[in-house]
Write a protein that binds this ligand. Structure first.
Ligand code: HEM
Length: 449
């Protein structure tokens, strides 16, 4: 059922637009202050970005209508075109017409039987990371979490013994590439990015090195066809119903997609969780009690997950308040209607998990960090798909279960051994980049006995 069949939905106009720029200043400078307020203007709100028009879906039903009509509201628009520089027609950026095929190829890598293997990788990596810290040191929580999730994702892609160099190369080069792609998304001026500035040279070099790693790994895996528990093996062996496999370019695009989708998002979720624990001592106390009772100081493994329900609620609530993917776009491919209102072909459709998760009509006291809103007896009062942390419909995140496990295991394993304390007087504000980050978050490592 589409939203407009349930009740009538208001079409509004975004406030504060100025000639020529429209609402671009608010959108690019202060999106996290501006977007949540748009729900007061309507369920669907028309925005001007320069000379083009975008429609923001502001309420739950309207967002669901967009997510569940992927052929009408398809991937497209400037952001997606820029992402394609890196991801080509990978599963996350390809149009609906290609999507089912791409998703079928990559889906086996996310099946339950493989998740235990990824949890073992996480166990190894988090043990190594936490073992490298010294009591009383000041670390930047975001940087440390990115290091962790980059290594886990790279090892998920290439598990061969001989792939250690490839994992290191991904760890070195991916952050540079991702930063460069983000710069190209917010400043869509190709000529500027072609200038031989130090940042552009670093970007081109890091991109070339990542491409080289993938070519080298393809070559290695083709020569030695051992059955490996990793993404590259899944992509190399997958066949469609006609027995046709993926081309090298398609494999490249899927590997890059997993890096782009799977590294910084869990790192952001984890970093926010550490910040929120430091700000909410009651929650921290309950979490530490659970972690101590279950783990007794050792790192967590997949078998511990079911015994860590409070930790899982902390993760769900951190991801509600600070969803790493804070802004999502689509493009209307034909003249259509959304929430009962006409939307011309080519219009951008946008929505924000950050704004939607703060809707007081859905979440009581939405700004409050309250893991117990996810207790079954409380969560049953929320509408279905109340949060869109992982999107929805046929383009829902492929790594949703994996990401929840990854963040829960890392949070439990680190808090079993360490308390991360914020530096006195250091204030943070959410920074809306490609992901929603805390910005610099220096924390002192306090060993727990
Ligand atoms: C907390 C961590 C994560 C969050 C918040 C997150 C969020 C999302 C969201 C919102 C989407 C949908 C975007 C849209 O509709 O345009 C998405 C798609 C996707 N995610 Fe995640 N993600 C996370 C972790 C991961 C991980 C760990 C992986 C893989 C290792 C992954 C792989 C993907 C892929 C492949 C897609 C594209 C799916 C498709 O279009 O069919 N994600 N993610």
């Amino acid at each position: 059922m589409v939203a407009s069949e349930r009740r009538s939905y208001r079409l509004g106009r975004a406030p504060g637009g100025v000639p020529l720029l429209g609402n671009a200043l608010q959108l690019f400078r202060t999106p996290l202050d501006y977007l949540p307020g748009l729900r007061h203007e309507g369920d669907l709100v028309r925005l001007k970005i320069g000379t083009s028009t975008a429609y923001m879906a502001c309420t739950h039903d309207v967002v669901q209508e967009v997510l569940h009509n992927p052929r009408t509201f398809d991937k497209g628009g400037e952001f997606i075109d820029t992402m394609k520089l890196l991801l080509g027609d990978g599963v996350g950026t390809c149009p609906a017409a290609k999507h089912r095929r791409q998703r079928r190829f990559i889906q086996p890598a996310f099946q339950r039987d493989r998740l235990d293997h990824y949890c073992r990788l996480m166990h190894d990596e988090v043990t190594a990371l936490a073992g490298s810290w010294r009591p009383g040191a000041v670390i930047d929580a975001g940087t440390e979490m990115s290091r962790l999730t980059t290594r886990v994702t790279a090892r998920m892609m290439f598990s061969a013994d001989i792939a250690a160099d490839a994992v290191t190369a991904v760890q070195r080069n991916f952050p540079v590439v991702w930063k460069g792609v983000y710069r190209r998304m917010v400043i869509p001026l190709p000529l500027l990015h072609a200038l031989p500035t130090p940042a552009n040279i670093r970007f081109t070099r890091a991109l070339r090195r990542l491409d080289d790693v993938i070519i080298r790994m393809l070559d290695t895996y083709r020569r030695d066809t051992a059955d490996r528990d990793d993404l590259l093996t899944v992509l190399l062996t997958a066949r469609d119903e006609r027995g046709i496999g993926l081309t090298d370019t398609e494999i490249h695009d899927e590997l890059m997609t997993v890096l782009a989708a799977g590294v910084e998002t869990p790192a952001s979720g984890l970093t926010w969780a550490f910040h929120l624990l430091a700000e909410n001592p009651d929650v921290e106390r309950k979490l530490l009690a659970e972690v101590d009772a279950v783990l007794g100081g050792r790192p967590a493994s997949a078998a511990d997950l079911s015994a860590l329900p409070y930790t899982q609620r902390v993760v769900a609530e951190a991801l509600r308040l600070y969803p790493p993917v804070w802004f999502i776009t689509r493009r209307a491919v034909t003249d259509t209607r959304l929430a009962g209102h006409p939307v011309p072909a080519g219009s951008s459709i946008v929505f924000s998990p950050y704004a939607l998760h703060r809707d007081p009509d859905v979440f009581r006291d939405p700004e409050r960090f309250d893991p117990d809103r996810w207790l079954p007896e409380n969560a049953c009062e929320l509408p279905r798909n109340a949060t869109i942390t992982f999107g929805g419909g046929s383009r829902k995140c492929l790594g949703d279960v994996l990401a929840n496990q990854e963040v829960t295991l890392a949070l439990a394993s680190i808090t079993a051994a360490w308390r991360l304390r914020p530096l006195p007087g250091h204030r943070i504000r959410p920074v809306a980049k490609a992901e929603l980050t805390t910005g610099p978050l220096p924390m002192t490592t306090e060993a727990r006995s």
